[in-house]
Design a protein around this ligand. Structure first.
Ligand code: PLP
Length: 345
């Protein structure tokens, strides 16, 4: 079993250390987290004081928001990503797992930790790979490239896998700005597992909360594996408010659409074509003539922290831009991109 931890965005302390710039002076665009996060209400005293019991209210709010028949709350989708490979350890041996790539690296990593046979596969090759797999894992929309797969296609793949006792795991952590893509409503079908996170659209990554939508039998196994008190009382109360706040959700979808357009526009002005979602944009090595590390370094020298994806098998290099949270941040980014264009375009 491997124990190494992977690198992720949001690692601002590395930025402070490597570029000798104090924390307060950084513009952190290294994640895809909504910078205008849900304004968490003050929570009731008992949330701090009592052990957090299972909350039917939280599940009802989540099922209504995500449109899923059954859900389990987990401490971030990460908790499910780490646990699902364990639930596939059977006497019959490890599973053949196909993971879409390039993608959120934890998926392949966690399946490998338990010595399942992992193959990473480009989005374009997934259809052909389904029949050779016991488990297929993908992100829809994908982080970092923003690629999407139509729900009808996913449901067909899920059926093919289900017929052999297989699983299709669809990570919809970035799905909240495009709810039409979701297959959460179909998770009564055994073998289809959907992951949702309150970390991205709601911007509540710090409360460590996500949800799994799946067949009740699988949810029961996962709940038994995770044990009691996995979601803190404060996290439960904040999430109930956020998941029920339709006015905030509508306003935020609109806000993020405009912010996403603004980011795409700035990158186009800088001569870069990009792909992504309303929460982030991905500029690949092709769009930068291979100068991805140079761009990342150039921005870091100006106090702008991007996420650079170094080249690795099936992980073509590229740079991901998150959204600035205020006008000063936008101006800083715009100015730095202009300098980049003058120097390198
Ligand atoms: C695609 C994707 N899925 C899941 C996660 C894990 O998110 P969380 O554990 O905060 O729900 C991340 C985090 O960056 C992600 O990018």
């Amino acid at each position: 079993m491997q124990h190494n931890l992977l690198e992720h965005g949001g690692n601002l302390r590395d930025a402070v250390h490597s570029f000798k710039r104090p924390l307060s002076e950084w513009l952190d665009l290294s994640t895809g987290i909504n910078p205008r996060f849900y304004p968490a209400p003050i929570v009731a005293d008992h949330a701090w004081h009592r052990l957090p019991e299972h909350s039917d209210e939280l599940l009802a709010a989540a099922k209504a928001f995500y449109g899923a028949p059954e859900m389990l709350a987990v401490a971030g989708t990460q908790a499910a990503i780490q646990s699902l490979p364990l639930l596939r350890l059977t006497a019959a041996g490890q599973s053949r797992v196909v993971v879409s790539a390039p993608s959120y690296a934890e998926h392949a990593h966690q399946w490998r930790r338990w010595e399942h046979q992992v193959t990473e596969c480009l989005y374009s090759g997934l259809d052909a790979a389904i029949d050779e797999a016991d488990v297929v894992v993908l992100c829809n929309p994908n982080n970092p490239t923003g690629e999407v797969i139509a729900p009808e296609t996913l449901l067909r793949w899920a059926k093919r896998l289900e017929a052999r006792g297989g699983w299709l795991i669809v990570d919809e952590a970035f799905g909240d700005t495009n709810p039409n893509l979701s297959v959460a409503a179909h998770t009564h079908q055994s073998g289809l597992i959907v992951l949702r996170s309150v970390g991205k659209f709601f911007g509540l990554a710090g409360i460590r909360l996500g949800f799994v939508a799946a067949h009740p039998t699988l949810l029961q196994r996962l709940a038994a594996h995770l044990g009691p008190w996995t979601i803190s009382g404060p996290a439960q109360q904040v999430a109930i408010a956020a998941l029920r706040d339709h006015a905030w959700q509508t306003d935020t979808r609109h806000y993020l659409e405009l912010q996403g357009q603004r980011l795409r526009g700035l990158l186009i002005d800088a001569g870069m074509s990009s792909s992504g979602t309303d929460l982030f944009q991905w500029v690949s090595h092709r769009d930068l003539s291979g100068r991805t590390e140079l761009l990342w370094h150039f921005m870091a020298e100006r106090g702008i922290w991007l996420r650079w994806f170094a080249q690795a098998p099936f992980r073509p290099h590229g740079v991901r831009f998150g959204l600035p949270g205020d006008e000063i941040g936008w101006q800083r980014l715009s100015h730095a991109l202009m300098e980049w264009t003058q120097q390198y375009a």
